[in-house]
Design a protein around this ligand. Structure first.
Ligand code: BG6
Length: 481
């Protein structure tokens, strides 16, 4: 079966500044740089952010490889810690400006659309020490000022801007589940941080509306949507799933697209005594500064069931939560290397949700991918990794993406995480996601089988479906790794 995609479809991949550039010449440490300095053993094989891929030095060669595999668009991020010298006054760092100018120009010279994100988990750590990071609304103001500098410098050539990557991961990682520094577990703080991130994004969008002069310019945000599916049809499990959806997805979706925080969630937090602090002026900024375009990162769904116990403290109860519990569905298909369920049909459910509940806003799949360890297992005699599992994974997700487009959802692109294997936070280089492998010791980069395959798809705007897709006709499951 051949699936044809809409004209001018974005075929691309996503990375981020802190995961690809390396620390070279950066003026400030971000939260991860600092965490590595004080606790290197928290990182896989003690490989830290100073050993990220070498994009700062090798971006010309890297972009040439991205072109070679047919990418027509690539997302990366501008690092606050590289572009700005004085975080309070926003003075620019000359080398940072030079670097991002050259990167943007190089992408364009190679026929690749540069898609720019402004925050990818990389808060300057000084702002955490001075203000408590995202707990303090002042940091959101400073972020909006940084965003303004980016728009002024680069929006003559960059038309597609995004404020945050996965704000919910900042909330969960830093304030609930301890996978990002400062590894706090504090429900009320998490609620306030979530609100402050909503506000910071709206303030950055406000700046964009003030300073952007490019008629093609548009701005959005990147959200990780994890559709929750209840374990059973019981009212208790359904209620748990409904609340999980309000918090995990609707909080950021509703505020980004409709300019409103979900009332039901606010009422629930209010009754728990943990409602975020807001002012009418702030709520007006959120209302007036909604997004033009949406990026959705999708890796795995959430299976949800009723909580097992409850106390009076949201902070204590949040893990497992007071309102729901994660459910390990028997028989679910897993990527065991990463520990994430593989459920491609969720892409269809997400697309329909956007169509029906979010004004059918233009969106693209801004990340999707499969983290696999020890990929050398599949290296052939020519040194090429034969990652057929990744090709199957992408095919299945593209099948459902194509279907939801056919059914009217306004999706204009697909980006894999990631173009070239890059550093994965505390997991360092354990799981690899790229179309192109990277030997971090020699910096030799080699296109994987999936990269050659993706070029065929991108060049023809058509995908030949060569596998059976779960839920589609003649389904036969692809074996889990
Ligand atoms: C996404 C992030 O959540 O998942 C990326 O935007 C990240 O930054 C990717 O690298 C894969 O997750 P991980 O934890 O394996 O790096």
């Amino acid at each position: 079966m051949k699936l044809e995609f809409p004209k001018d479809f974005w075929w691309g991949a996503a990375t981020s500044g802190p995961q690809s550039e390396g620390r070279f010449n950066k003026q400030h440490a971000n939260m991860f740089d600092y965490w590595y300095e004080v606790e290197p053993e928290a990182f896989y094989k003690q490989v830290g952010p100073d050993t990220t891929s070498n994009f700062y030095n090798s971006f010309k060669e890297d972009i040439r490889l991205m072109k070679e595999i047919g990418l027509n668009s690539v997302r990366t991020s501008i690092q606050w810690t590289r572009l700005i010298d004085d975080l309070e006054t926003g003075t620019l760092n000359e080398d940072g400006v030079r670097f991002y100018n050259e990167v943007i120009d190089e992408f364009i010279a190679n026929g690749i659309r540069p898609v720019m994100n402004l925050h990818h988990f990389d808060l300057p750590v000084e702002l955490y020490h001075k203000y408590g990071g995202w707990e303090n609304k002042r940091v959101g103001e400073l972020f909006a000022n940084f965003a303004e500098q980016c728009f002024k410098l680069f929006s003559d050539r960059v038309t597609d801007w995004f404020t945050f990557n996965e704000p919910m991961v900042i909330v969960e990682g830093e304030y609930l589940m301890q996978f990002h520094y400062p590894k706090i577990v504090d429900g009320p703080k998490a609620v306030q941080v979530a609100y402050n991130l909503v506000l910071a994004s709206a303030k950055a969008i406000q700046k964009f509306r003030e300073v952007n002069t490019n008629p093609k310019g548009r701005i959005g945000t990147i959200l990780n949507l994890t559709p929750p599916y209840p374990a059973t049809d019981s009212p208790e499990d359904k209620k748990a799933s409904h609340i999980a959806n309000l918090w995990l997805n609707r909080l950021f979706m509703d505020s980004a697209v409709h300019g409103e925080l979900p009332e039901e969630l606010a009422a629930l937090f209010d009754s728990e005594g943990v409602l975020w602090e807001s002012t009418p002026e702030e709520l007006a900024i959120i209302k007036e500064n909604v997004i033009d375009v949406l990026g959705i990162n999708f890796y795995h769904p959430h299976r949800v069931e009723r909580p097992e116990f409850s106390s009076n403290s949201l902070a204590i109860d949040w893990l497992p939560t007071k309102f729901w519990k994660d459910y390990d569905m028997p028989g679910r298909r897993m990527n065991h290397d990463k520990g994430w369920e593989i459920y491609p049909k969720a892409v269809y459910d997400i697309g329909m949700d956007i169509k029906e509940n979010y004004n059918n806003i233009e969106w693209f799949m801004s990340e999707n991918g499969m983290g696999v360890s020890r990929e050398e297992r599949w290296m052939n005699a020519d040194g090429v990794i034969e990652d057929d599992y990744r090709i199957s994974f992408i095919q299945e997700h593209l099948y459902w993406l194509h279907k939801v487009i056919e059914d009217g959802s306004n999706c204009f692109g697909y980006h894999l995480w990631t173009p070239i294997d890059c550093w994965s936070w505390a997991n360092a280089y354990r799981n690899r996601y790229g179309f192109i492998s990277n030997n971090i010791h020699t910096q030799i980069k080699t296109i994987k089988k999936s990269g050659y395959w993706f070029k065929g798809v991108a060049d023809t705007n058509t995908m030949e479906l060569t596998i059976h897709v779960e839920g589609a006709e003649n389904f036969k499951p692809v074996t889990s790794l």
